[in-house]
Design a protein around this ligand. Sequence first.
Ligand SMILES: [Zn+2]
Length: 99
Amino acid sequence: MKRKSAHTVFLGVCPVCRKKLRDEGLAIIDKNDAYALCCVTCVSCLSSLMFTVSSLEGGMVTTVGVLTDIQEKDLEMVKRKAALTHDDVLDIHAFLENK
Ligand SMILES: [Zn+2]
């Protein structure tokens, strides 16, 4: 029997197009001993999914994911954890008021 690579990960299917998510679209944004924040982009429809993987006592692993519009070019900004400023909030308010 052929052994699987230690780097093989199961990412499930894309919630939009239902195609299998592949690890070449995977990026780890942040991680420590207890959790990893990851982003995977579907190579079929280019939807992005952010998810956390958390290790719990007893070796259990949980994941929580959310569909997002973050693209690969945005990952550096997310990694820097740039905080919103008051001006950002006012800009969004002005933008929405004009809609
Ligand atoms: Zn997809």
